[in-house]
Design a protein around this ligand. Structure first.
Ligand code: NAD
Length: 465
């Protein structure tokens, strides 16, 4: 083990050094170069579509539809969008210059950071690896990527796809267990982009702090779903079930739990049970739309959160097969185990409320700021009130999960749900330094700045007040 670690350390030190040399020699990569590399990536993903979708089915039992919607298609769309807009994103942005600095012009230049490390999780193993990579390359960086060891088939396809597409001094992909991350984190990177749990996020940030490396942390949390008395209940039920069951609940922004107004709670629960029965029948085991939990450890963990006497529908599980039936729980207390951690599975606790203060208390009582919050209400006033009071990475009103599909919206957490954001231009910015450039003219040189200062202070005080 010691030898392995020493070997990995030496190997990664060399790889990072090779990327740094390549970056320093060629920086900044031109627009043409970046577009060419992103186009190569697009061609490689297109050529490997079936292999990726097949691997997602083996590792997570993802249906072809979901695999395309949330992984392969998502990435292709992000590539198309980035290639189309990159010229505009790279253009220096002119900002005004105050009169006391005249004559001069001011611009903000988005400049690359250098050698970046991307660490990705298991739940969307393709999009959460390639989407940050697209942003990093668009911004003109080189990259080392670590895929998740929990989805070995996807990791295998991704590693060979990436390493066959790019020279290793530009982009290199690594699969493997945790010791690979440990060895990588001992190296000096210019930026670390981590997606995963808050626990591991803390480890990453601690290691990064040793070298003052900036981090983006895309973490998890408990995302509430608030259903108000005036909500369109049929739409709310459809969209909550969609958001919760997508990827079998293994979505960072899945509605974790529902808070429903007591006056409509019973109607809501009846419709929720009916919708789940309509979509998944009495036995969801062979339903092609329902995936599997990634491994036995997580299946066991989720099964232990289910209290059978609180189950309204579902509740069945098979640890060996990674199967958890779509489950609704009611009469749940905040002290129950299911409310004490991110569920990350197809189990939905439903709690009632009588006023919005209670809603806010529940959200604030839980240890983390939510990564997302969902508000179902037909009243603009209620939507605005809850939107202004809830601190969350993102909010969707009358829908679930969909906000992250808009590349014009930054995607990221707040507080314990994360640091920084990406997607579309926000991803480009995340992997760029915003360099301030003031360009002064020489035809005028006001003497105010220079010593001797005698008799200049009163003028300065008139200018700066
Ligand atoms: P994880 O934190 O267990 O693993 C993520 C990565 O960290 C993996 O590549 C893994 O190899 C590495 N890792 C694991 N243990 C480590 C350690 N001790 N030291 C160093 N590296 C280590 O996360 P996961 O289980 O793969 O993913 C699920 C979590 O990710 C959930 O909490 C979910 O909410 C979160 N998530 C967040 C987002 C987001 O965009 N905010 C997206 C997806 C998942």
């Amino acid at each position: 083990m010691l030898e392995d670690t020493a070997f990995l350390m030496a190997d990664y030190e060399q790889r990072v050094q090779a990327q740094r040399t390549f970056f320093m020699k060629n920086k900044p990569f031109s627009l043409a170069y970046r577009v060419q590399q992103l186009t190569r990536l697009k061609q490689a993903v297109t050529a490997n579509k079936s292999a990726l979708i097949g691997a997602l089915n083996v590792d997570l039992h993802k249906s072809e539809f979901e695999a395309y919607l949330t992984e392969v298609g998502f990435v292709l769309n992000e590539l198309t969008d980035t290639i189309k807009h990159l010229k505009k994103w790279m253009k220096p942005k002119k900002v005004s210059t105050p009169y006391f600095l005249q004559p001069a012009k001011s611009h903000i230049h988005a400049t690359p950071l250098g050698v970046c490390l991307i660490i990705s999780p298991f739940n969307y193993p393709v999009s959460l690896c390639l989407s940050p990579l697209i942003a990093a390359l668009a911004a003109g960086n080189t990259c080392i990527i670590k895929t998740s060891e929990l989805t070995p088939n996807v990791s295998r396809v991704l590693t060979s796809l990436i390493n066959a597409t790019f020279a290793s001094e530009y982009v290199h992909c690594i699969s493997g267990e945790v010791e690979h991350v440990t060895a990588l984190l001992a190296q000096k990177f210019d930026h670390i982009f981590f997606t995963g749990s808050s626990e591991v996020g803390k480890i990453v940030m601690q290691q990064a702090a040793k070298q003052l490396t900036p981090v983006t942390l895309e973490l998890g949390g408990k995302s509430p779903c608030i259903v108000c008395a005036d909500a369109n209940i049929d739409i709310a039920v459809k969209r909550i079930v969609y958001g919760k069951m997508l990827n079998t609940g293994q979505t960072c922004v899945a509605p974790d739990y529902v808070l429903v107004d007591d006056s409509i709670k019973q109607t809501f629960l009846d419709k929720l049970v009916a919708r789940i029965t309509e979509l998944y029948g009495d036995n969801a085991f062979n339903n092609e739309a329902l995936g599997r939990i990634v491994n036995q450890r997580h299946t066991q963990r989720i099964s232990e959160l289910i209290e059978q006497d609180k189950v309204l529908v579902g509740g069945q599980f098979d640890i060996e097969q990674g199967y958890i039936a779509p489950t609704v729980m009611t009469n749940v207390d905040l002290s129950d185990a299911i409310m004490q951690q991110e569920i990350f599975g197809p189990v939905l606790p439903v709690l009632g409320f009588t006023n919005y203060d209670q809603v806010l208390q529940v959200i604030e009582h839980l240890p983390a700021h939510p990564l997302a919050a969902y508000i179902f209400s037909e009243s603009k006033q209620t939507q605005a009130l809850l939107n202004s009071k809830i601190q969350a990475g993102g909010i969707a009103i009358n829908h679930c999960v969909q906000h992250l599909a808009n590349p014009n919206l930054p995607f990221g957490g707040v507080g314990l749900s994360g640091i920084g954001s990406y997607h579309g231009k926000h991803g480009f910015d995340c992997f760029s330094h915003q360099k301030s450039v003031l360009s002064a003219s020489t035809w005028l040189d006001l003497p105010l700045l220079y010593p001797p200062y005698k008799n200049k202070l009163s003028l300065l005080k008139r200018l700066f007040k």
